[in-house]
Design a binder for this molecule. Structure first.
Ligand SMILES: [Zn+2]
Length: 79
């Protein structure tokens, strides 16, 4: 796997930016005002769970919580 950006000094090593669990990397800088965090592997993550990869690719937000239920009576999905 190729690593983009700075070498990781953490133990265990952070996942690279192209890993499936890339957002599990250690946070280097957190900016609560702008609502983003810079991860060790160069990824910028936002509070809405979206992120920007070091290569400029934007990843859409993946909210861990389901959306609020729509109780209009005809689209109830039980997962
Ligand atoms: Zn690291």
């Amino acid at each position: 796997m190729s690593r983009i950006g700075l070498a990781c000094m953490h133990q265990p090593e952070c996942p690279p930016a192209d890993a499936a669990d890339c957002q599990a990397a250690q946070v280097l800088t957190h900016c609560p005002v702008l609502g983003y965090s810079l991860l060790c592997n160069g990824i910028l993550t936002f509070e809405d769970t979206g992120c920007v990869l070091p290569n400029g690719l934007v990843v859409s937000p993946r909210r861990p919580l389901p959306p609020p239920p729509v109780t209009d009576g005809h689209e109830e999905v039980d997962s």
